[in-house]
Design a protein around this ligand. Structure first.
Ligand code: MOS
Length: 709
């Protein structure tokens, strides 16, 4: 296997060299503390009680018997909980009432928090929570996501829900080849290792929260809104995080812990159980998607339409913008992308690794493969013929678009040349073999951030920034970025993150974290070096400068900025047992400057692994009768395990953007984009049968069979 060599750090610079995680030793020795691991005198433990009905009203919460149980201190519910403000201005997700617990008697979905039992120990709290009788006035619920829901509507959030140009029907009618197909993806869950947990304390009217989240100043601002406090009176810390994937924002447990701590006037910790996470921490909505493509005989797209539908809860309008890939990847004379949602009696979905792009790319990139088949054009060639010069929707030029380079390098290394395009012709014993490919893109955004940088008298440097390392290696990346910006070796740089006291910073989300924070760190380093050049003496308490990128972000020219990637997969399918084995995957990415090849590769391979899991395994199934999940836990929700995951290789091509002062594009999400489509396209190539509904389960493979080649 050839991979970009992991160059050792030299005086030439730390960025671009492989560096193990700076907190690695702390983590493997157990010294790193996670949100639920801080010992605290006087700590009480809260346990959430969640609704067993999917819709209705709470008739009674019978607290009496539970309050008499050993160690029980309080039962909070809608009848006695402090009132929260819910009309405050949000950084993300206007009108989201998902975390505003115990404010009314309405039950919007199965697994909704209806009470918090607080006790001296977690065992007592759990015992009491499981004994609490809650009665409901049950109403009929509706959880069915189907393509024909009349209430489907779009919303404009960061981006418009709908884009359109040209006359679709006319272009489709004039096309030499047309694909018109429906694709579906199921409800999927983040399933990060570390459960959500928070410990809240109040002192002199100020809230202190130890938490596991993707942005301490984000959670701080949400809590300030809900509890009507000045953000300066809230401190949120989140030093180590065992995975987030989009799910670790403000959730019920932080709010419940803060409420209980205030009511009891002592510290309270709330840890979610794995089962509770399946209804309280967001998920990827199922999608129903329809793609219509029309092309001339040479493969040039005349028409592209991508319509998507997702479910959301009745407390938050979350749009899964699955129609987004076509806004970047392909232009057409008539071009329409439209995402809509339907509010149902289900928990609120949320961002999950490559929200929009992950499910959307499955449909669009499958449809491209179907079009290639109809036209008799190689799937890579078809994509290269439709590689636009400008943003198909924006009309803006691309600040680097290296998709073609990814395909060329990927094809060379995967051995694409000489592939027999006919499906169902390669056999190895009981296995049918096939290969597939897909394109990927993901936005390269940035958000305003502040950083402070201290030159210490001992010759070391301390960076402080409210960044979040959710397992990505962000802390290590920032160490390398700071070292280069200061022209020192990384061992002289200490990076402190995960504390709202460090000032506003972008969240670890949308693959913007490392890019946004690096920007601030580089700006602070520039300022510090100027100060040190003018006055080299460092005072005893160090010399500290602060930088804020709010203005600098605005000076970047208006261009389309994205990462790109080419995904490849080889599968073996046994049509008799329905088993699909992925034999190898390769992803080649153009993702700007790669800060740390070691952790970067891990991010990309992690995303691709999830794509495999999405293609073949993951599916949360709701029971129509009670509205909750069948097996909503890690025993029932099937995730790819080691034995399912073959050799996965990820690498990258040069992707410079000379105009961009940072050059980092972010790699947290692009690894999953297109990966499921590459697997599905390989399954088609193996069997000759299209699988348009994920996951490609054995029963579906058996039912679909294989072409008789
Ligand atoms: Mo990511 S889904 O923006 O944490």
């Amino acid at each position: 296997m050839t991979t970009t060599p992991l160059r050792p750090a030299t005086a030439a610079g730390a960025v671009g060299t492989a560096h193990p995680r700076v907190e690695g030793l702390e983590k493997v020795t157990g010294a790193a503390r996670y949100a639920a691991e801080f010992p605290l005198p006087g700590l009480a433990h809260g346990w959430l009680v969640v609704s067993r009905v999917a819709r209705g009203r709470i008739r009674s919460v019978e607290t009496g018997p539970v309050l008499a149980m050993p160690g029980v201190l309080a039962v909070l519910h809608h009848g006695n909980a402090p009132r929260l403000r819910t009309d405050y201005e949000r950084q993300f997700g206007a009108h989201d009432q998902t975390a505003a617990v115990f404010q009314h008697d309405r039950v919007p979905h199965a697994g909704w928090p209806v009470a918090l039992v607080v006790a001296e120990t977690p065992e007592q709290a759990r015992e009491a929570a499981e004994s609490l009788t809650v009665t409901y006035e049950e109403e009929p619920h509706d959880i069915a996501l189907t393509a024909d829901r009349p209430e489907a509507r779009t919303v404009d959030d960061y981006l418009p829900g709908v884009t359109e140009k040209g006359d679709l029907e006319a272009e489709l009618a004039a096309s030499a080849a047309v694909v018109d197909a429906e694709y579906t993806t199921p409800e999927e869950h983040h399933a990060m290792m570390e459960p959500h947990a928070a410990t809240a304390r109040w002192e002199d009217g100020r809230l202190d929260l130890l938490d596991s989240n993707q942005g301490t100043t984000w959670v701080q601002s949400e809590l300030a809104g809900l509890f009507a406090l000045d953000p300066a009176d809230i401190r949120v810390r989140s030093e180590h995080i065992g995975g987030g994937f989009g799910s670790k924002g403000l959730r019920a447990h932080q709010v419940a812990a803060a409420m209980a701590a205030r009511v009891l006037d002592r510290p309270v910790r709330v840890v979610l159980t794995r089962r509770q996470m399946f209804s309280l921490t967001g998920h990827r909505s199922p999608t129903v998607q329809r793609v219509r493509l029309g092309a001339d005989a040479g493969g040039r797209l005349r028409a592209l339409e991508h319509r998507t539908l997702n479910h959301t809860s009745t407390v938050h309008e979350f749009l899964e913008l699955a129609s987004i890939p076509g806004r970047v990847l392909y232009d057409a004379d008539a071009h329409r992308t439209a995402s809509e949602l339907v509010p149902l009696d289900v928990p609120s979905p949320t961002w999950m690794r490559a929200p929009g792009e992950a499910p959307g790319s499955f449909a669009l990139e499958s449809a491209l493969d179907e079009l290639a088949e109809k036209l008799g054009i190689d799937p890579i060639e078809l994509r290269l013929r439709n590689d636009p010069e400008r943003g198909p929707v924006s009309g803006l030029p691309f600040a680097g678009r290296n998709l073609a380079a990814c395909f060329r390098e990927g094809a060379r290394r995967f051995g694409w040349a000489g592939r027999d395009p006919r499906p169902g012709v390669r056999r190895e014993g009981r296995w049918l073999l096939g290969t597939g490919t897909a394109a990927a893109s993901f936005g390269a955004g940035a958000g305003p951030s502040t950083a402070s940088l201290t030159a210490e008298p001992d010759g070391t440097f301390t960076v402080r920034i409210a960044a979040a390392d959710i397992g990505t290696g962000a802390r290590t990346a920032l160490t390398l970025v700071a070292a280069d910006a200061l022209e020192v070796t990384p061992d002289r740089v200490r990076v402190r993150i995960g504390d709202s006291a460090f000032g506003p910073a972008m969240i670890a989300g949308g693959s913007t974290g490392t890019r946004s924070w690096s920007w601030a760190v580089m700006a602070a380093a520039r300022e510090l070096r100027e100060r040190l050049a003018a006055a080299p003496d460092i005072p005893a308490d160090g010399l500290t400068v602060r930088a804020d990128t709010t203005e600098a972000l605005g000076t970047l020219s208006q261009k389309e900025r994205h990462s790109f990637g080419a995904q490849f997969a080889e599968v073996a399918v046994d049509p008799a047992t329905g088993e699909v084995r992925v034999r190898r995957m390769l992803g080649i990415f153009a993702a700007g400057r790669i800060v740390n090849p070691l952790t970067a590769r891990s991010q990309l391979v992690g995303g691709m692994t999830w794509g495999l899991s999405m293609a073949l395994h993951e599916e949360a199934v709701r029971d129509p009768a009670f509205g909750g999940l069948y097996g909503g836990d890690l025993a029932g929700y099937h995730i790819a395990s080691h034995a399912d995951v073959p050799a996965i290789e990820a690498d990258w091509v040069d992707d410079p953007d000379p105009e961009d002062p940072v050059g980092i594009k972010g790699i947290g999400e692009i690894g999953i984009v297109g990966a499921a489509a590459a697997v599905a396209n390989a399954v088609w190539h193996a069997t000759g049968v299209r699988h348009r509904h994920l996951p490609i389960r054995p029963d579906r493979v058996i039912a679909a069979g294989a072409v008789d080649a």
